[in-house]
Design a protein around this ligand. Structure first.
Ligand code: PLP
Length: 395
Protein backbone atom coordinates (compact mmCIF):
# COMPACT_ATOMS: atom_id res chain seq x y z
CA UNK A 1 0.00 0.00 0.00
CA UNK A 2 1.39 3.44 -0.86
CA UNK A 3 1.97 6.14 1.79
CA UNK A 4 -1.07 8.16 0.67
CA UNK A 5 -3.44 5.23 1.27
CA UNK A 6 -1.71 4.46 4.58
CA UNK A 7 -2.13 8.07 5.68
CA UNK A 8 -5.80 8.04 4.65
CA UNK A 9 -6.43 4.80 6.53
CA UNK A 10 -4.64 6.01 9.65
CA UNK A 11 -6.76 9.16 9.80
CA UNK A 12 -9.99 7.36 8.91
CA UNK A 13 -9.34 5.15 11.96
CA UNK A 14 -9.12 8.29 14.16
CA UNK A 15 -12.27 9.92 12.82
CA UNK A 16 -14.30 6.71 12.41
CA UNK A 17 -13.02 4.38 15.17
CA UNK A 18 -15.86 1.94 14.38
CA UNK A 19 -14.78 1.82 10.72
CA UNK A 20 -17.93 3.32 9.20
CA UNK A 21 -16.24 5.89 6.96
CA UNK A 22 -13.29 6.64 4.71
CA UNK A 23 -10.70 9.37 4.26
CA UNK A 24 -9.69 10.81 0.88
CA UNK A 25 -6.62 13.08 0.78
CA UNK A 26 -6.10 16.27 -1.24
CA UNK A 27 -3.47 19.01 -1.74
CA UNK A 28 -5.04 21.31 0.89
CA UNK A 29 -8.05 21.44 3.23
CA UNK A 30 -9.82 23.92 0.92
CA UNK A 31 -9.39 21.51 -2.00
CA UNK A 32 -10.91 18.72 0.10
CA UNK A 33 -13.87 21.05 0.80
CA UNK A 34 -14.23 21.87 -2.90
CA UNK A 35 -14.23 18.15 -3.75
CA UNK A 36 -16.82 17.49 -1.02
CA UNK A 37 -19.13 20.19 -2.38
CA UNK A 38 -18.75 18.74 -5.90
CA UNK A 39 -19.38 15.21 -4.60
CA UNK A 40 -22.52 16.41 -2.81
CA UNK A 41 -23.76 17.86 -6.10
CA UNK A 42 -23.48 21.57 -5.22
CA UNK A 43 -23.98 23.45 -8.48
CA UNK A 44 -24.71 26.91 -9.89
CA UNK A 45 -27.79 28.45 -8.31
CA UNK A 46 -27.44 26.51 -5.03
CA UNK A 47 -26.89 28.19 -1.67
CA UNK A 48 -24.58 26.98 1.09
CA UNK A 49 -24.84 28.28 4.66
CA UNK A 50 -21.62 28.95 6.57
CA UNK A 51 -20.52 30.93 9.63
CA UNK A 52 -19.67 34.61 9.07
CA UNK A 53 -16.41 34.00 10.92
CA UNK A 54 -14.21 31.84 8.75
CA UNK A 55 -11.30 31.78 6.34
CA UNK A 56 -11.96 33.26 2.90
CA UNK A 57 -10.95 29.99 1.24
CA UNK A 58 -14.22 28.47 2.55
CA UNK A 59 -16.61 30.78 0.62
CA UNK A 60 -14.14 30.56 -2.28
CA UNK A 61 -14.76 26.80 -2.56
CA UNK A 62 -18.53 27.43 -2.61
CA UNK A 63 -18.23 30.11 -5.28
CA UNK A 64 -15.89 27.95 -7.40
CA UNK A 65 -18.81 25.46 -7.59
CA UNK A 66 -21.03 28.28 -8.91
CA UNK A 67 -23.03 28.38 -5.67
CA UNK A 68 -23.75 31.27 -3.31
CA UNK A 69 -22.33 31.50 0.24
CA UNK A 70 -24.97 32.56 2.77
CA UNK A 71 -23.43 33.85 5.99
CA UNK A 72 -24.93 33.27 9.43
CA UNK A 73 -23.70 35.15 12.50
CA UNK A 74 -21.90 33.26 15.25
CA UNK A 75 -22.60 32.41 18.85
CA UNK A 76 -20.86 35.05 21.01
CA UNK A 77 -19.47 32.47 23.44
CA UNK A 78 -18.31 29.61 21.20
CA UNK A 79 -17.56 31.66 18.04
CA UNK A 80 -19.13 28.84 16.01
CA UNK A 81 -22.41 28.94 14.01
CA UNK A 82 -25.32 30.43 15.96
CA UNK A 83 -27.76 27.58 15.47
CA UNK A 84 -30.71 29.81 16.44
CA UNK A 85 -30.15 31.95 13.35
CA UNK A 86 -29.75 29.22 10.72
CA UNK A 87 -33.38 28.61 9.76
CA UNK A 88 -34.00 32.27 8.92
CA UNK A 89 -31.38 31.91 6.16
CA UNK A 90 -32.75 28.74 4.55
CA UNK A 91 -34.40 29.22 1.14
CA UNK A 92 -35.62 26.75 -1.52
CA UNK A 93 -32.06 26.97 -2.98
CA UNK A 94 -30.20 25.95 0.20
CA UNK A 95 -28.37 22.63 -0.17
CA UNK A 96 -25.86 22.43 2.66
CA UNK A 97 -24.71 23.89 5.99
CA UNK A 98 -21.01 24.15 6.81
CA UNK A 99 -20.45 23.74 10.56
CA UNK A 100 -16.96 24.91 11.49
CA UNK A 101 -14.81 24.04 14.50
CA UNK A 102 -13.40 27.39 15.62
CA UNK A 103 -9.94 27.23 17.22
CA UNK A 104 -10.75 23.56 17.93
CA UNK A 105 -14.30 23.78 19.29
CA UNK A 106 -17.20 22.12 17.48
CA UNK A 107 -20.48 23.88 16.71
CA UNK A 108 -23.56 22.48 18.48
CA UNK A 109 -23.80 19.78 15.83
CA UNK A 110 -26.93 17.92 16.89
CA UNK A 111 -28.92 21.14 16.50
CA UNK A 112 -27.35 21.73 13.07
CA UNK A 113 -28.12 18.14 12.04
CA UNK A 114 -31.76 18.45 13.19
CA UNK A 115 -32.26 21.62 11.16
CA UNK A 116 -30.54 20.04 8.16
CA UNK A 117 -32.70 16.90 8.38
CA UNK A 118 -35.89 18.97 8.59
CA UNK A 119 -34.94 20.83 5.38
CA UNK A 120 -33.19 17.91 3.58
CA UNK A 121 -29.77 19.57 3.62
CA UNK A 122 -26.25 18.20 3.87
CA UNK A 123 -24.04 19.05 6.85
CA UNK A 124 -20.34 19.52 6.07
CA UNK A 125 -18.07 19.73 9.11
CA UNK A 126 -15.15 22.13 8.66
CA UNK A 127 -12.60 20.56 11.01
CA UNK A 128 -9.60 22.52 9.71
CA UNK A 129 -9.06 23.62 13.34
CA UNK A 130 -10.63 20.68 15.12
CA UNK A 131 -8.83 17.42 14.42
CA UNK A 132 -8.80 15.45 17.67
CA UNK A 133 -11.65 17.30 19.38
CA UNK A 134 -15.03 15.68 20.05
CA UNK A 135 -18.71 16.56 20.15
CA UNK A 136 -20.81 14.56 22.64
CA UNK A 137 -18.00 12.00 22.65
CA UNK A 138 -17.98 11.64 18.84
CA UNK A 139 -14.76 12.60 17.03
CA UNK A 140 -14.99 15.90 15.16
CA UNK A 141 -15.61 15.09 11.54
CA UNK A 142 -17.63 11.91 12.09
CA UNK A 143 -21.17 13.34 12.20
CA UNK A 144 -21.89 15.29 9.00
CA UNK A 145 -22.57 14.04 5.46
CA UNK A 146 -18.87 14.81 4.98
CA UNK A 147 -16.07 16.68 6.71
CA UNK A 148 -12.50 17.81 6.15
CA UNK A 149 -9.34 18.69 8.05
CA UNK A 150 -6.27 20.77 7.16
CA UNK A 151 -2.59 19.92 7.61
CA UNK A 152 -1.30 23.40 6.85
CA UNK A 153 1.73 24.66 8.86
CA UNK A 154 -0.13 25.82 11.94
CA UNK A 155 -2.58 22.93 12.24
CA UNK A 156 -2.83 20.11 14.81
CA UNK A 157 -0.70 17.86 12.65
CA UNK A 158 1.10 19.30 9.68
CA UNK A 159 2.28 18.10 6.31
CA UNK A 160 3.32 21.63 5.29
CA UNK A 161 0.15 21.93 3.26
CA UNK A 162 -2.51 19.27 3.00
CA UNK A 163 -6.08 18.28 3.57
CA UNK A 164 -8.31 15.26 3.94
CA UNK A 165 -12.00 14.71 3.23
CA UNK A 166 -14.06 12.20 5.23
CA UNK A 167 -17.38 10.60 4.36
CA UNK A 168 -19.33 7.52 5.32
CA UNK A 169 -21.86 7.16 2.49
CA UNK A 170 -20.55 4.79 -0.18
CA UNK A 171 -21.73 7.10 -2.95
CA UNK A 172 -19.97 10.17 -1.53
CA UNK A 173 -16.78 8.18 -0.95
CA UNK A 174 -16.85 6.87 -4.54
CA UNK A 175 -17.41 10.36 -5.95
CA UNK A 176 -14.60 11.76 -3.80
CA UNK A 177 -12.25 9.01 -5.05
CA UNK A 178 -13.19 9.88 -8.66
CA UNK A 179 -12.44 13.54 -7.96
CA UNK A 180 -9.14 12.60 -6.32
CA UNK A 181 -8.20 10.72 -9.52
CA UNK A 182 -9.19 13.70 -11.68
CA UNK A 183 -7.13 16.23 -9.67
CA UNK A 184 -3.73 17.25 -11.08
CA UNK A 185 -0.60 15.74 -9.56
CA UNK A 186 1.83 18.02 -7.74
CA UNK A 187 4.82 18.95 -9.98
CA UNK A 188 8.18 17.60 -8.82
CA UNK A 189 9.56 21.12 -8.42
CA UNK A 190 6.76 22.00 -5.96
CA UNK A 191 7.28 18.72 -4.08
CA UNK A 192 10.97 19.56 -3.67
CA UNK A 193 10.11 23.08 -2.46
CA UNK A 194 7.65 21.66 0.05
CA UNK A 195 10.25 19.20 1.37
CA UNK A 196 12.84 21.98 1.74
CA UNK A 197 10.33 24.20 3.54
CA UNK A 198 9.44 21.40 5.93
CA UNK A 199 13.12 20.93 6.83
CA UNK A 200 13.54 24.70 7.31
CA UNK A 201 10.37 24.80 9.41
CA UNK A 202 11.49 22.07 11.77
CA UNK A 203 14.97 23.61 12.16
CA UNK A 204 14.01 27.26 12.46
CA UNK A 205 10.59 27.47 13.98
CA UNK A 206 11.43 28.49 17.51
CA UNK A 207 8.79 30.63 19.26
CA UNK A 208 11.27 33.51 19.72
CA UNK A 209 11.85 33.58 15.95
CA UNK A 210 8.12 33.59 15.16
CA UNK A 211 7.85 37.19 13.92
CA UNK A 212 10.98 37.02 11.77
CA UNK A 213 9.94 33.70 10.23
CA UNK A 214 6.39 34.87 9.50
CA UNK A 215 7.72 37.93 7.70
CA UNK A 216 10.22 36.02 5.57
CA UNK A 217 7.70 33.26 4.76
CA UNK A 218 5.15 35.83 3.56
CA UNK A 219 7.76 37.69 1.48
CA UNK A 220 9.09 34.46 -0.08
CA UNK A 221 5.51 33.32 -0.86
CA UNK A 222 4.74 36.66 -2.51
CA UNK A 223 7.86 36.27 -4.68
CA UNK A 224 6.79 32.73 -5.61
CA UNK A 225 9.88 31.30 -3.86
CA UNK A 226 7.91 29.40 -1.22
CA UNK A 227 4.76 27.30 -1.47
CA UNK A 228 2.41 29.54 0.49
CA UNK A 229 -0.96 28.39 1.78
CA UNK A 230 -2.96 31.06 -0.08
CA UNK A 231 -2.17 32.69 -3.41
CA UNK A 232 -2.87 36.40 -3.94
CA UNK A 233 -5.75 35.46 -6.27
CA UNK A 234 -7.56 33.68 -3.44
CA UNK A 235 -7.62 36.72 -1.19
CA UNK A 236 -8.29 39.31 -3.92
CA UNK A 237 -11.39 37.87 -5.53
CA UNK A 238 -13.26 34.59 -5.67
CA UNK A 239 -11.87 33.38 -8.98
CA UNK A 240 -10.50 29.85 -9.26
CA UNK A 241 -6.66 29.92 -9.27
CA UNK A 242 -4.92 27.88 -11.98
CA UNK A 243 -3.18 25.25 -9.82
CA UNK A 244 -5.94 24.82 -7.27
CA UNK A 245 -7.36 21.36 -7.84
CA UNK A 246 -4.45 19.13 -6.95
CA UNK A 247 -3.89 15.73 -5.38
CA UNK A 248 -1.87 15.22 -2.24
CA UNK A 249 1.73 14.11 -2.92
CA UNK A 250 3.86 11.51 -1.17
CA UNK A 251 6.06 14.20 0.48
CA UNK A 252 2.93 15.27 2.37
CA UNK A 253 1.61 11.80 3.17
CA UNK A 254 4.98 10.60 4.53
CA UNK A 255 5.15 13.60 6.84
CA UNK A 256 1.54 13.01 7.83
CA UNK A 257 2.15 9.36 8.69
CA UNK A 258 4.94 10.39 11.04
CA UNK A 259 2.90 13.22 12.56
CA UNK A 260 -0.14 11.10 13.23
CA UNK A 261 1.82 8.77 15.51
CA UNK A 262 2.25 11.75 17.79
CA UNK A 263 -1.31 13.10 17.57
CA UNK A 264 -2.54 11.96 20.99
CA UNK A 265 0.53 13.37 22.74
CA UNK A 266 0.17 16.63 20.82
CA UNK A 267 -3.46 16.97 21.86
CA UNK A 268 -2.70 16.29 25.51
CA UNK A 269 0.01 18.94 25.38
CA UNK A 270 -2.27 21.53 23.75
CA UNK A 271 -4.99 20.98 26.32
CA UNK A 272 -2.49 21.19 29.21
CA UNK A 273 -1.10 24.49 27.85
CA UNK A 274 -4.65 25.86 27.46
CA UNK A 275 -5.32 24.93 31.13
CA UNK A 276 -2.37 27.07 32.19
CA UNK A 277 -3.57 30.05 30.15
CA UNK A 278 -7.04 29.60 31.68
CA UNK A 279 -5.64 29.55 35.20
CA UNK A 280 -3.56 32.64 34.52
CA UNK A 281 -6.59 34.54 33.20
CA UNK A 282 -8.76 33.47 36.14
CA UNK A 283 -6.09 34.68 38.55
CA UNK A 284 -6.22 38.04 36.73
CA UNK A 285 -10.00 38.26 37.11
CA UNK A 286 -10.68 37.40 33.45
CA UNK A 287 -13.27 34.71 32.61
CA UNK A 288 -11.47 32.60 29.95
CA UNK A 289 -13.09 31.36 26.73
CA UNK A 290 -16.22 29.29 27.17
CA UNK A 291 -15.95 25.51 27.28
CA UNK A 292 -19.39 23.97 26.68
CA UNK A 293 -20.28 20.63 28.31
CA UNK A 294 -21.16 19.02 24.98
CA UNK A 295 -17.76 19.29 23.27
CA UNK A 296 -14.08 18.83 24.01
CA UNK A 297 -11.95 21.69 22.72
CA UNK A 298 -8.80 20.57 20.90
CA UNK A 299 -7.24 24.05 21.33
CA UNK A 300 -5.48 24.43 18.03
CA UNK A 301 -4.84 27.91 19.45
CA UNK A 302 -6.00 29.56 22.66
CA UNK A 303 -8.45 32.35 21.71
CA UNK A 304 -8.31 35.65 23.55
CA UNK A 305 -10.37 38.83 23.14
CA UNK A 306 -8.43 42.04 23.61
CA UNK A 307 -9.59 45.65 23.68
CA UNK A 308 -6.88 46.98 21.35
CA UNK A 309 -5.44 44.36 19.05
CA UNK A 310 -2.90 46.62 17.40
CA UNK A 311 -1.41 47.59 20.79
CA UNK A 312 -1.46 43.97 22.00
CA UNK A 313 0.21 42.65 18.83
CA UNK A 314 2.86 45.40 18.87
CA UNK A 315 3.69 44.64 22.49
CA UNK A 316 3.96 40.94 21.60
CA UNK A 317 6.25 41.65 18.67
CA UNK A 318 8.51 43.86 20.81
CA UNK A 319 8.84 41.09 23.37
CA UNK A 320 9.22 38.30 20.77
CA UNK A 321 6.03 36.59 21.97
CA UNK A 322 4.20 34.43 19.42
CA UNK A 323 0.66 35.75 19.08
CA UNK A 324 -1.58 34.96 16.11
CA UNK A 325 -4.13 37.42 14.79
CA UNK A 326 -6.52 35.04 13.05
CA UNK A 327 -9.47 35.05 12.53
CA UNK A 328 -9.20 38.83 12.09
CA UNK A 329 -12.09 39.35 9.68
CA UNK A 330 -15.42 37.64 8.99
CA UNK A 331 -13.54 36.23 5.95
CA UNK A 332 -9.97 36.06 7.26
CA UNK A 333 -7.59 37.55 6.11
CA UNK A 334 -9.60 39.78 3.76
CA UNK A 335 -10.09 43.25 5.25
CA UNK A 336 -11.99 45.07 2.49
CA UNK A 337 -14.41 44.45 -0.37
CA UNK A 338 -16.00 41.52 1.44
CA UNK A 339 -19.02 42.06 -0.84
CA UNK A 340 -17.01 40.27 -3.55
CA UNK A 341 -17.65 37.10 -1.56
CA UNK A 342 -21.31 38.01 -0.98
CA UNK A 343 -20.76 39.20 2.59
CA UNK A 344 -22.75 42.34 3.43
CA UNK A 345 -20.83 44.46 5.98
CA UNK A 346 -22.88 44.88 9.14
CA UNK A 347 -24.90 41.69 8.51
CA UNK A 348 -23.11 39.63 11.20
CA UNK A 349 -22.35 42.07 14.04
CA UNK A 350 -21.14 39.44 16.50
CA UNK A 351 -18.68 38.03 13.99
CA UNK A 352 -17.43 41.52 13.13
CA UNK A 353 -17.02 42.43 16.79
CA UNK A 354 -15.16 39.18 17.44
CA UNK A 355 -12.92 39.59 14.40
CA UNK A 356 -11.91 43.08 15.52
CA UNK A 357 -10.75 41.90 18.96
CA UNK A 358 -9.50 38.33 18.58
CA UNK A 359 -5.92 37.19 19.02
CA UNK A 360 -4.66 33.70 19.80
CA UNK A 361 -1.90 32.13 21.83
CA UNK A 362 0.17 29.11 20.80
CA UNK A 363 -0.46 25.67 22.27
CA UNK A 364 1.79 23.60 19.95
CA UNK A 365 4.63 21.37 21.10
CA UNK A 366 7.22 24.17 20.95
CA UNK A 367 5.26 25.90 23.74
CA UNK A 368 7.44 24.31 26.40
CA UNK A 369 7.77 25.33 30.08
CA UNK A 370 9.99 28.35 29.34
CA UNK A 371 7.87 29.63 26.49
CA UNK A 372 4.74 29.17 28.56
CA UNK A 373 6.23 31.15 31.46
CA UNK A 374 7.16 33.99 29.12
CA UNK A 375 3.70 33.96 27.50
CA UNK A 376 1.98 34.00 30.89
CA UNK A 377 4.21 36.83 32.12
CA UNK A 378 3.26 38.72 28.96
CA UNK A 379 -0.45 38.21 29.70
CA UNK A 380 0.05 39.50 33.23
CA UNK A 381 1.90 42.60 32.00
CA UNK A 382 -0.77 43.35 29.42
CA UNK A 383 -3.87 42.49 31.41
CA UNK A 384 -5.11 46.06 30.85
CA UNK A 385 -5.55 45.17 27.17
CA UNK A 386 -7.39 41.87 27.79
CA UNK A 387 -11.18 42.00 27.88
CA UNK A 388 -12.65 40.87 31.20
CA UNK A 389 -15.49 39.05 29.47
CA UNK A 390 -14.22 36.53 26.96
CA UNK A 391 -17.43 36.50 24.97
CA UNK A 392 -18.53 38.75 22.15
CA UNK A 393 -21.95 39.64 23.51
CA UNK A 394 -22.80 43.26 24.35
CA UNK A 395 -20.82 46.11 22.86
C1 PLP B 1 -11.75 27.57 9.21
C2 PLP B 1 -10.89 27.10 8.09
N1 PLP B 1 -11.41 26.30 7.15
C3 PLP B 1 -10.67 25.85 6.12
C4 PLP B 1 -9.34 26.18 5.98
C5 PLP B 1 -8.55 25.67 4.79
O1 PLP B 1 -7.48 24.84 5.12
P1 PLP B 1 -6.21 24.76 4.13
O2 PLP B 1 -5.31 25.90 4.44
O3 PLP B 1 -5.59 23.43 4.41
O4 PLP B 1 -6.74 24.83 2.73
C6 PLP B 1 -8.75 27.02 6.94
C7 PLP B 1 -7.33 27.38 6.82
O5 PLP B 1 -6.63 27.58 7.75
C8 PLP B 1 -9.55 27.50 8.02
O6 PLP B 1 -9.03 28.31 8.96
Amino acid sequence: MDSIRQFENALAARVFPDGHGEAIAFWKGRVALYAILKALGIKPGDEVILPAYTCVVVPNAIIYCGAKPVYVDINPRTWTLDTGRIEAHITPHTRAIIAQNTFGLSADLDLVVDIAAKHHLHVVEDCAHGLGGTYKGRPNGSTGSASFVSFQWNKTITTGLGGMAFASSETTVRLLRDLQDQAASVPRRVQAQLRAQQVAHSLLSKPRMYWAIMQSYRSLSRLGLAVGSSSAIETESPSLPPDYFRQICSVQSKLGLRAIEDLSRQLTHRIAVARQYRQCLLSLGVEPCYEPDNASHSYLRFPLLVSDRRAFMSAAQRRGIEIGDWLNSPLHPVQSNLERWGYVPGSAPIAERTAARMVNLPTHSRTDGNVLRRNIAFLRENVGLIRERQDSGGS
